[in-house]
Design a protein. Structure first.
Length: 625
């Protein structure tokens, strides 16, 4: 049930009977034995009953919030040793059937029982209880609140399941990482395409922001970083949904950010550390000593030279499998190996056969944002359904061509069509491709798609017809705006002195059309629209081009507002790109600029804060025109 946390709330439920045996067609599928043909309505719930430890209570609190958001149920949490009537009882058990695909006991297993009095979820651990709550809420949402009486024993086939997101070459805001519960990384690639001077100037980022003087200068991007408090929040929020953040600080390879900080530590290929340099290992120990207290997980990724050091600090080491025993490697068997490509190693003969613990991250499931000479930009559904993630599995999304090749949300859309199916396979479910195609549109309970509820195709319509501080929404959806300090003249809102228009919306994702009439009265750049995910600016610094900002990265449009009244339309459709194309530096064949489409969410929270000029007739439609 890995990644249930990303798409848990709106999954399809169906009981399929096969010679007396049934299963829930959840994602992942849940074994279920139905009895007596009756059901329990989750509308009857009067309480969520839980035991200590506190970690179980925290999962219960998140479950309570999900019942409210997904089913509209307000169910209090109580503490007791027994379930009682009309309750969901969350408890712990030592069930003997909690075994993975290899017959090993797993703490992530759970037993589910439904009868006329309510529901019991008994987990091998609090995390097992959490996965059981995901099955219950999915089944209830899409089966009319009625759950058949019966029982289930469910456990993952493999302990390691998940995704890896490259945040080193592309910054992703904390709220986005919390939504995806993704990974933590820093690196750069393709530096062989650049000269030494160009390599030293390439975008390469070390994301943790530490005030420790020992790391002064390592992170020189204060606006695109994670403080310890932010990273604590990311880890805590993801843990509430059963997802563990595993940090990765790559070295000695993919270490351009470190070499830019300490050039003397680099090889000719500046993305590589020179491990024979006397200061390389001490420098890496300093980085790890400073940052390890940030990380709540037990596993970190690094090379075996630091294994003993990191073990002494209470963590375990995982490395990418790029140097085999046959090639002279002498890696401790305490270090787990993450396999990624058969031209680098044979995971069975090189590692498993020799007693190593191996995590499968084969590049058949690699994604590279925007463009690649060999890797796709989206997960391959055929491989997901007909491949084999045995032994645990991690799928990776890399940003080989830097921060301005994609926007933040394009990482989500690279995974969106297929990742729930991969979650089924990583868990060990038996979901069929035809079943998945039938239910896929049902599985998005959270809202990374940035959907907005609307009575029709027109979502929002503002005409500035009177001097009231409230701007009526003429679409019929009642998304009324509030004017903060601005004046209205001749059906136009006059923006100056940091006044702005506030809307009750944040962002609109695919598909949409945002149109407005605008007339700048100053050459000073300002924000036309800002929202949760992006901002649309009338210039950026000395650049007069219309500019999109997403995740701290700026994308300039080949268009500037003239000094007269202009009608501007931003439209995104076909699930892939906007009608306006942004200039993107991809680094293809060296140092080049390539025109590439960029997908953007319409920023809606504030209108024209910091912009000087006039605006009329703001309109948002839920279709691309």
């Amino acid at each position: 049930m890995a990644l249930h946390s990303l798409w848990h709330s709106l999954c399809w439920f169906l009981a399929l009977s096969i010679t007396g045996y049934s299963r829930f067609l959840t994602v992942p599928t849940t074994p279920f034995i139905e009895r007596n043909g009756t059901s329990f309505s989750i509308r009857q719930l009067a309480s969520i009953v839980t035991l200590i430890p506190p970690t179980l209570h925290e999962f219960a609190t998140t479950f309570q919030e999900d019942l409210r958001s997904s089913l509209g149920l307000e169910v209090p949490i109580t503490f007791n040793k027994k379930r009682g009537r009309n309750a969901i009882f969350l408890t712990l058990t030592n069930h003997t059937s909690f075994q993975d695909a290899a017959g090993r006991w797993t703490s992530e297993g759970y037993a589910l029982d439904i009868d006329s009095h309510g529901i019991t979820i008994a987990g091998a651990s609090p995390l097992g209880v959490w996965w059981g709550s995901r099955s219950v809420i999915q089944a209830a949402v899409l089966n009319g609140y009625a759950l058949p009486h019966g029982s289930a024993v469910d456990a993952p086939g493999w302990s390691s399941r998940g995704v890896m997101l490259d945040v080193g070459r592309h910054y992703y805001p904390p709220h986005f990482l919390i939504e995806l519960c993704s990974y933590f990384d820093n690196l750069y690639n393709n530096v062989d395409l650049y000269s030494t001077q160009a390599s030293m100037e390439l975008y390469a980022a070390f994301r943790p922001w530490s005030e420790d003087p020992a790391l002064a200068g390592l992170n020189n991007r204060a606006n695109d970083t994670y403080t310890q408090a932010q990273f604590d929040q990311i880890q805590h929020q993801c843990a509430r949904r059963g997802v563990t953040i595993i940090p990765e600080i790559e070295a000695p390879g993919h270490a351009l950010a470190i070499v830019q900080w300490r050039p003397e530590l680099g090889l000719k290929d500046l993305s590589m550390l020179n491990i024979s340099h006397p200061e390389t290992i001490p420098t890496m120990k300093t980085i790890w000593k400073t940052l390890l207290p940030w990380f709540h997980s037990k596993t970190t990724g690094f090379v075996n030279q630091l294994n003993d050091y990191i073990k002494d600090l209470g963590k375990a080491v995982r490395i990418w499998g790029t140097f085999t025993l046959a090639q002279g490697a002498n890696v401790s068997k305490d270090v787990s190996i993450q396999h990624w490509e058969y031209f680098e190693d044979n995971p069975y003969f090189d590692y498993i056969h020799n007693g190593y613990n191996v995590l499968n991250s084969d590049d058949a499931f690699y994604i590279v944002g925007k463009w690649s000479g060999s890797y796709p930009q989206y997960l391959n559904k055929t491989r997901v359904f007909y491949g084999n993630p045995a032994g645990g599995h991690i799928t990776a999304l890399w940003n080989d061509y830097g921060p301005n090749a994609t926007t933040v949300s394009e990482a989500y859309y690279s995974w969106r069509p297929v990742l729930p199916a991969l979650a089924d396979k990583q868990w060990g479910g038996d979901l069929l491709e035809a079943e998945y195609d039938e239910v896929f549109h049902k599985i998005h309970g959270q809202n990374p798609d940035r959907r907005i509820s609307s009575k029709g195709k027109r979502i929002l319509e503002y005409h500035f017809q009177n001097s009231s501080s409230t701007v009526a929404d003429l679409s019929g959806n009642d998304y009324h705006g509030t004017i903060h300090g601005c004046q209205i003249q001749h059906s136009a809102i006059i923006f100056s002195d940091q006044c702005y228009l506030q809307t009750p919306l944040d962002s609109k994702g695919r598909d949409y059309t945002l149109s407005f009439s605008v007339k700048p009265t100053s050459s000073v750049p300002g924000a036309l629209f800002t929202g949760l995910d992006s901002a649309l600016l009338n210039g950026n610094g000395s650049i007069s081009n219309i500019t999109l900002v997403s995740g701290g990265n700026a994308y300039s449009l080949n268009y500037s507002l003239p000094g007269n009244k202009t009608f501007l339309r931003v439209s995104e459709g076909n699930g892939a790109q906007t009608s306006l194309e942004f200039l993107t530096r991809l680094g293809v064949n060296g140092d080049s600029l390539v025109w590439a489409p960029i997908a953007i969410e319409a920023p809606l929270a504030r209108v024209a804060e910091g912009f000087t000029g006039m605006m009329r007739a703001v309109s948002l439609w839920g279709v691309a025109k």
